[in-house]
Design a protein around this ligand. Structure first.
Ligand code: FAD
Length: 403
């Protein structure tokens, strides 16, 4: 009997897992991965700063965004045990604050393990072959004019196109009736107004960050933030970036002393007035926060850095405490797709069956990974979705072909 032909569009995290799982289910399937880049899994190599934070110990639904019922089915699926999946491919893990990395702490370990598994399963990898057309006629799919019995679309989103996912897979799905929601970059820095903060380039600080729009609190996160030339970044900021709303007055409030209460801070600064009256404010503040941040706080309070603390009134000290506990920054938006880790929005999940990842619109078409309208926090959650949805799609596609 002629073997059934499966095509996977996209050789990234989800596509490679889909191909592997399809072949695990039925090794006689003739599986081909179409990848537009010269290398498969290129993006995996840059994840987690080159270490690949591939999943997390805490997979609570609160770390994921999108249709909650759809997500619950994915997260509770038999394919959601990412750590054991990679262990079965020979990769041991390493844990850091709940985040899980390969034990080698090299993203190339994960990428190579997948490429090796794909090769061992005898999947045809067609590199530098972008798919530009997807059609179905009767029971047959046509990919760039070539016939297949079943297709998995795993083309990723629009984030970081230099690593492959340029958004070219969305029109393929739209051409056969799927709809996508608005797309916007996330897990990226927030851009700010004015040049006043440029002097903070390179500064890192532990703080609580609260994002608001038109005065309404959108969310808050605690951790280390970083100031860069064009934006404010760091895990807490990246986790807030998906909440940014267009056409709203956005503001970021930083509690630069989140671990100290207001009254303790006030007591400390007032105490300095008594114990070191000649000390200039600049050096008093350097005992509390990063020196450059201290300058920015004094600028915002309109107090000269060289003012001896003895001449600073209680109300001015209170003003300094207010700013230290609530440093306001006007936000203009997020960085663009070139500088984002993920795409928010995507193919509508109510058009897809969560148990199989099969399209409800076109039988035999499966969709997985970041191209879907679901995403997660920073911390291994997006790769976790990519591996899991990819594996579900692969196994279900093989079952479909065996019907
Ligand atoms: C810098 C960076 C760091 C990150 N770090 C982490 C991390 O540590 N942990 C984490 O969980 N997530 C991380 N992510 C996010 C994570 O990498 C993605 O969510 C994940 O790779 C999505 O997997 P995917 O398979 O859906 O898409 P992708 O990995 O983007 O793969 C899609 C593939 O499809 C190919 N393709 C697209 N269109 C076509 C077409 N028309 N024809 C043929 N091929 C096509 C692309 O070339 C690409 O190889 C990071 C992302 C970036 C950019």
């Amino acid at each position: 009997m002629k073997s059934k032909k499966l095509a996977v569009i996209g050789g990234g995290a989800s596509g490679l897992c889909a191909a592997i799982e399809a072949k695990y289910f039925d090794n006689s399937i003739n599986a081909t991965v179409f990848e537009r880049m010269p290398k498969a899994g290129k993006k995996i190599l840059v994840t987690g700063n080159g270490r690949c934070n591939f999943t997390n110990e805490n997979l609570s639904p609160s770390h994921f965004y999108g249709d909650s019922i759809f997500l619950r089915r994915i997260l509770t699926s038999a394919f959601a045990d990412t750590e054991n999946f990679f262990r079965s491919l020979g990769v041991l893990s390493f844990r850091e604050d709940g985040r899980i990395y390969p034990r080698s702490q090299q993203a190339s370990t994960i990428q190579q393990a997948l490429v090796d598994a794909v090769e061992a399963a005898d999947v045809k990898m067609r590199l530098e072959e972008p798919v530009t057309s997807l059609k179905k006629s009767g029971n047959i799919f046509f990919i760039n004019g070539e016939c297949f019995d079943c297709v998995i679309v795993a083309g990723g989103g629009r984030a970081s196109p230099v690593h492959g996912s340029d958004g070219s897979a969305y029109p393929l799905l739209e051409s056969i009736g799927h709809t996508k929601t608005n797309l916007y970059p996330a897990l990226c820095g927030l851009t700010y107004k004015g040049k006043k903060l440029n002097m903070l380039k390179g500064v890192r600080a532990e703080c609580k960050a609260t994002l608001s729009a038109d005065g309404k609190n959108l969310g808050e996160e605690t951790g280390e933030i970083q100031f860069t030339e064009k934006a404010i970044s760091g895990i807490p900021i990246m986790n807030l970036s998906h909440l940014v709303k267009k056409n709203k007055q956005l503001s970021l409030t930083l509690d630069l002393c989140a671990d100290i209460s207001y009254s303790e801070l006030l007591e400390h600064l007032e105490g300095a007035r008594g114990s070191t009256p000649e000390k200039e404010l600049e050096s008093v503040l350097s005992g509390v926060i990063n020196t450059k941040l201290g300058f920015a706080v004094l600028n915002a309070a309109e107090i000269k850095a060289h003012t001896p603390i003895k001449v600073v009134t209680r109300s001015r000290i209170k003003k300094l405490c207010d700013i230290l506990k609530g440093f306001e920054i006007e936000i203009t938006g997020t960085r663009d797709f070139n500088n984002a880790q993920i795409t928010c929005g995507g193919i509508k999940t109510d058009e897809i069956c969560a148990e199989t990842m099969m399209s409800k619109i076109t039988e035999g078409l499966f969709i997985c990974g970041e191209i879907l309208d679901i995403h997660g926090d920073c911390g291994g959650y997006n790769l976790h979705l990519a591996w899991t949805t990819g594996r579900i799609a692969g196994c279900s596609a093989a079952q479909y072909l065996n019907k």
